[in-house]
Design a protein around this ligand. Sequence first.
Ligand code: SF4
Length: 333
Amino acid sequence: MTASGVEQADEHDGSVTASGVEQADEHDGSVTASGVEQADVAAAPVTAMHRAWWRRQVLTVGAGLRPLPWRATRDPWRVLVSEVMLQQTQASRVVGPWRSFVDRFPDPAACAAAPPSEVVRAWAGLGFNRRALQLRRAATAAVDHHGGQIPGDLDALLALPGVGAYTSRAVLAFAFERPVAVVDTNVRRVVRRALSGRPLAPSALQQLAGSLVPGACSWAYNQALMEIGALVCTSRHPACDRCPLARRCWWHQAGHRHPDPASPTTRQSRFVGSDRQGRGRLVAALRAGPVPASELAAAAGWPEDVERASRVAATLVADGLVVVDSHGTARLA
Ligand code: SF4
């Protein structure tokens, strides 16, 4: 959580576009002009030899993986919890809350049985509290439809509330060790810079990434590639001098020519002063106890703007995070 104790987005580990698609099918790994969004700069096709080299190089990172606690488990529920937490929060900030959460809710049944307010309280420190409720809904669906287990099937995972294209593949890869490509923000950046040399449509990028995943040791491969993106090929300061992919990295070999193939096409809107900030303040206040109507605006950080505070509170109610009683007092659902 930020110093101010409110919802805050940062460089996140697990975002993916809603249109992210299934991993490679019979694709041979070549990147053709038809598979990309733009045709101004052509990166070299990925040959079988290049693919083999790439896998070897990525796997060299294995011994240096950070000992993140969710890397020591293959329990699908614990992996799912970590992936939902990592979607919009840095790994270092997730470690403590993840441990507390899985201690408190060791399986889907425990989470499903808890009141929503308790799950939101256990989410403290992470922000984006809607994720907590989505996770509880996913736990409830696992209890209702899968005997209390998180399923190991893509379609069944996608049917869980709040589980999308990225999270479903992350669970398959990291809990069930299936050879699917896990394409988060960091992996997307590495693939764009090192292989495509340009932005790729989500489907093309997922397909390209999927064609690179080895059939064996896919768990280690996916973890290693994510680590390269998180620690080496960072957004602002790529450390090419210690990158195992440098020798055949398109962007590095091109002298970091402008534009950066990983340049975001959209930027997240400003957090400070946003409705999101007010939502975070309100939820932080509600964790401490009910907030009467007369204190709602101050709790949201806008004591002079009751209308805005009410509107933002209404979004929390609509999301199922907050309930308001007949006296106008708000409390966590
Ligand atoms: S060589 Fe540099 S730009 Fe290329 S993948 Fe490695 S860190 Fe990123």
